[in-house]
Write a protein that binds this ligand. Sequence first.
Ligand code: GLA
Length: 536
Amino acid sequence: MKTGILGVLACAVLVSSPCAAAESYDARITEKQILTPAPPAAPRINGPVVCGARPGKQFIYRIPTQGERPIRFEVQGLPDGLKLDANQGIITGVTPEGRGDHVMNFTAKNGRGETNRPFKLVVGDKLALTPPTGWNSWGGQMINVSEAVMRKAADLFVERGLADVGFQYLGIDDCWMRLTQEMYDHRREAVVKKHASYDYRATGTIGPIRDEQGNILPNGKFPDMKAMTDYIHSKGLKAGIYSSPGVKTCQDWAGSYGHECADADQYAKWSFDLLKYDQCSGGAFLKRLKRNVPGFQSRDLWAPMAIYLRSQDRDILFNLCQYGQDAPWTWAPELGIQSWRTGGDLNHNVNHYFNNALRIATELRAYNQPGQWNDPDFMYIHRIRDVSKMGEPSVEIKLDTNQRYQYVTLWAIICAPFFFSCDIENIDEFTVRLLGNADVVNLNQDELGHTAEVVRNDDKKETVMLKKLADGSKALAVFNRDAQNEAMISVNWEDIGGGSEPEVFDVWRQKSLGPFKGGISVQLSPNGVGLFIIKK
Ligand code: GLA
């Protein structure tokens, strides 16, 4: 709500930064307040307008579209080799052999209206021209991840509208594989404590980890990987899997060391579209290799899997997880790796979300580009499990409502891989609407891939950030960093290179606010955030 002259006066009293000519706006919220409006009845096409793919590879893309079903889709300019399911809006097939751009036009029509959106398929070497989006099983499911959960997650993406705003990947994290009796015995005590109530035998988790040909075997919770990915693909969504360059994963189950080729082949045979490759026990190897093999470098541990993934008949994104050690941002892009973790696990330290994001917006920003993204870890939103007692039910993260809005806002504007991780079977409406705001996801997916810059920052008081958008507009985010007190945070247009009276759009409320003269003074709750598009 614009609050006129009174707000301006309040601004003058409350803040030290200059805001003389700014108009004020009240963006305070109440506990668990849902800001995202209900989806429109007429069709609205969301998601990226650009997509990278390698030549001659399997391709799948669901046109993320809100609106009452049934919707009828049309695509103009679809290259040979690709076909459209006009009722579901899913494009499948094989990408052209030649490199080049294919400009298309998507149309979606229902009883309430019709809309268009351009889309460019860039066939070449780069994937992930915009940050990958999706959900990962770690935070919410941990050791309990199963084929059944993955299928449910795919259903939920469609039923609750997350697929309609552009969420694409469903990623299995650790604990889909097996461990041998010997591996189990070796760490019985730790296992008993951490994995209490997990039944290793009933879940078929103990046993040979590979078949006689050396192919990796899933445990009993994944009776048919291929049928599972087929199911995920039937909804136009994509599937992710997990392993380690070490012998063992972080939960001490089977990793890929020495079997990189066989594992990459197997992931492709199972039709996976993404691999999260997590250092875990590979760290000890790396130290030994560096000590004993002249010239051995970190990248040499990761290169085999990167090479084998690239040789498959489908594009498989590579998400490297080395907790920010050995500066992967300096060498991972050359290996064809699309994203890398920049630090430790946020589920243990969820309140570090702000620092993780600020680091990407500052010292690591040069490494964020279309095709290569810093990964500050998932948005751990809503209910997650405690890693020291995985058998126990999930619990609410210790972030208040405003912090959850801050967290998602930051991931959107710093171009983080837009992955959330929570107990998806018990996700609530607040969280679905928090994550499912099409305008917020679209900011993350903006084709320019510009990482928000810090305009000013005081960790105890306020942070102001600005992200340039492809159409020449700017996304402005103002954060109240004070956990106890409300604040009025002001930004003058002249300080952010704006015109004198631009149109302002409130992204969370999906509402045009009209022209604002001079600047904006935003009234925020403790830990509050305001996210605006300042139109060109
Ligand atoms: C590490 C990773 C996490 C998760 C766990 C699984 O801690 O950083 O994201 O994958 O391993 O064991």
